[in-house]
Design a protein around this ligand. Structure first.
Ligand SMILES: *Cc1c(COP(=O)(O)O)cnc(C)c1O
Length: 430
């Protein structure tokens, strides 16, 4: 038996993501995860209020999903997806296509959110090239965006501390202002000015909520206007629903809240497998797919990953989707939406709550700390404050938020709201 703790064994051999290892060299060892709770090796428990980086939908170690994964593991664990196909991949596409926003006709599988975005960017770019619209090479995104950490995904993301070391290597992208209510006219105006130049291939957005950018929210009406403008100028719209998908915004997908406008490409990951296995999907319309059909080899979409359409991932996604569409889960989502709504009223009245916002199951509070930088030292204090309270809530700078798994109980939610209020009170008395 190894007498050392996980924390100790990890310390000298592992490099953690998004982590300055000099300051954060002690990772908390987790030995079990069930429903909304993470169990640490020292006996502490943490409510996973952010769904483990936004992936867990139905809680941890869900037995329904586990059963399907286990059955798939002993039927077919993997199979090359070029020239071959299999039941889980076909069934998942059959089930997803009718419920995705827009007129999605094809599913392209990959590994994670960043790869789903890379595929979307390639599809959109090559679509215009294949149609001989050679000048359409420009991509437009929104200020503050986050679409992933690979180079293409970084290029369409905000230039920030996270991309700084690589900025010179990223391709040129036009960013329009964040389309808040106050900024809507400006955002639409700038988008149209860029579109008018006739060289834009696509516009990529996080619909309704910018996640990593600080849970920044904007209205479906505004999103509608942005999409319709793109349509007018024959610019493809990529909806990056990697975070917003699978019920987070209160509807199945954020783009379901649109009336007439439709995305041309949809990116999915995170909640896709209920948070059990990594997988990405890029869905597109028949019009895009058809532009790649040709006897000319140059018009082929040359992209693929070793684990494309991994059957275990597809089986997990099918099981998770079944749960998501069940009455129980839909009721849970509406329960969380209603609880958040009440908490929002309560938290809004606090003098240190600069802004309290909600979209569906996502509730965010911007704390008035006097600083706004992601690196402000209050961030570490806030993170530690919640950990001490048994809450895993990684703040985005001075923004604290809940994005819980749908199995979270009313008591756990109340405890989180109360802890948020107590934190605001600490800032009030400082
Ligand atoms: C997390 C995220 C991604 C990247 O997904 P990974 O699986 O972490 O690569 C892309 N887009 C959005 C909107 C995200 O929130």
């Amino acid at each position: 038996m190894n007498q050392k703790t996980l924390t100790q064994r990890d310390k000298n051999i592992i490099w953690h993501p998004y982590t300055q290892m000099k300051r954060w060299s002690e990772a908390i060892g987790i030995v079990k995860a069930k429903d909304a709770i993470l169990y640490a090796e020292d006996g502490k428990q943490y409510i996973d209020a952010g769904s483990s980086w936004w992936v867990t939908l139905h809680g941890h170690s869900n037995t329904h999903i586990a059963k399907r994964i286990s059955e798939q593991l002993t039927t077919m664990e993997h199979c090359i997806f070029a020239g071959f196909t299999h039941e889980p991949a076909v069934e998942l596409a059959e089930r997803l296509l009718p419920i995705l926003p827009g007129d999605m006709a094809r599913i392209f599988y990959s590994d994670n959110g960043s790869t789903a975005v890379e595929v979307a960017l390639k599809m959109a770019h090559q679509y215009h090239q294949n149609k001989n619209e050679k000048q359409k090479t420009k991509i437009v995104a929104i200020e503050g965006a986050y679409h992933g950490d690979t180079f293409g995904a970084m290029s369409v993301s905000a230039r920030s501390l996270f991309t700084e070391q690589f900025n010179a290597m990223l391709f040129d992208v036009s960013f329009i202002p964040f389309p808040s209510k106050a900024n809507e006219g400006k955002a639409l105006g700038e988008l149209e000015n860029i579109l008018k130049q006739g060289n834009v291939s696509s516009f990529i957005v996080e619909p309704l909520v910018q996640g990593s950018g600080g849970m920044r929210m904007y209205s479906p009406e505004t999103l509608e206007k942005l999409f319709l403008l793109c349509k007018k100028y024959d610019c493809l719209v990529i909806a990056d629903e990697v975070m917003t998908g699978f019920g987070r915004t209160g509807t199945l997908f954020a783009c379901n809240q649109l009336k007439d406008a439709k995305p041309d490409i949809v990116c999915l990951s995170k909640g896709l497998t209920g948070g059990t296995l990594p997988m990405g999907i890029t869905a597109c319309t028949a019009e895009i797919f058809d532009a790649f059909l040709s006897d000319d080899a140059h018009k082929t979409l040359y992209h693929g990953h070793s684990f494309t359409a991994n059957p275990i991932g597809c089986a997990a996604a099918l099981a998770s989707l079944e749960l998501l569409l069940s009455d129980d889960c839909q009721k849970n989502i509406q329960r969380i939406v209603a609880k958040h709504c009440e908490a929002k009223q309560q938290l809004s009245s606090h003098p240190k709550a600069k802004d309290v916002r909600q979209t569906g199951t996502i509730l965010a509070v911007e704390i008035d700390t006097g600083e706004t930088d992601y690196l402000n030292n209050k961030r570490d204090f806030i993170y530690q404050y919640f950990l001490n309270k048994g809450l895993l809530m990684r703040p985005l700078g001075n923004i604290i938020y809940l994005l819980p798994p749908y199995c979270i109980s009313d008591e756990q939610l109340d405890y989180a709201y109360q802890s948020m209020e107590e934190l605001l009170e600490i800032f009030n008395t400082q």
